[in-house]
Design a protein around this ligand. Structure first.
Ligand code: THU
Length: 133
C-alpha cells in the first residue's frame, strides 16, 4: 500500500513536471501531494521575468490542495531532472511544515532515485508560533 502511494505520487509529479513554465532557469519541477481526503493534488513551478515572482512546484501543489478544500496533507513527491534528487527550498520547507510537520516527502529524479524524509527532518528548529486553526 505504502509503495503504491509513493509510486502514484511520483508518477503524478513526473507527469505535471512537463507543464512547468521554466523558460528562465530551464529547471522543471513537478510535485504531487496526497491530501487526508485521499486525493492527489499536483503542482509545477511557474516562473516570471521578474524572477522573484516565480512559484515553486511544492507551493503550487499545496495551493492547489487548499483551493479544493483540502487543508491537511500526508505525503508529497517532488520530481526534478537532476543527477541526485533535489531538496525543497527553504520557503517551501516552511510551507510544508505548516500543514504537517510529519508529512512524508519523497524527493525523486527521472533516473528513479528516491530519498524519503519528513517535513520536520527537512526543517529542524522550525519557526513556530501559536496555530490559529
Ligand atoms: N524550484 C522549485 O520548484 N522547487 C524548489 O524547491 C526549488 C526550486 C524551482 C524554482 C525555479 O522555477 C526553478 O526551480 C529554479 O530554481
Amino acid at each position: 500500500m505504502k509503495t503504491a502511494i509513493k509510486d502514484e505520487l511520483i508518477n503524478e509529479a513526473k507527469r505535471v513536471r512537463q507543464n512547468a513554465y521554466a523558460p528562465y532557469s530551464k529547471f522543471k519541477v513537478g510535485a504531487a501531494v496526497l491530501g487526508e481526503d485521499s486525493k492527489i493534488y499536483t503542482g509545477c513551478n511557474v516562473e516570471n521575468v521578474a524572477l522573484g515572482l516565480s512559484i515553486c512546484a511544492e507551493r503550487s501543489a499545496i495551493v492547489h490542495a487548499f483551493s479544493e478544500g483540502c487543508r491537511h496533507m500526508t505525503h508529497i513527491a517532488i520530481v526534478t531532472d537532476h543527477n541526485t534528487p533535489c531538496s525543497p527550498c527553504g520557503i517551501c520547507r516552511q510551507v510544508l511544515y505548516e500543514f504537517n510537520p510529519d508529512m512524508i516527502v519523497y524527493l525523486a529524479n527521472l533516473e528513479g532515485q528516491v530519498i524519503e524524509k519528513t517535513a520536520k527532518e527537512l526543517l529542524p528548529l522550525a519557526f513556530e508560533r501559536l496555530r490559529l486553526e
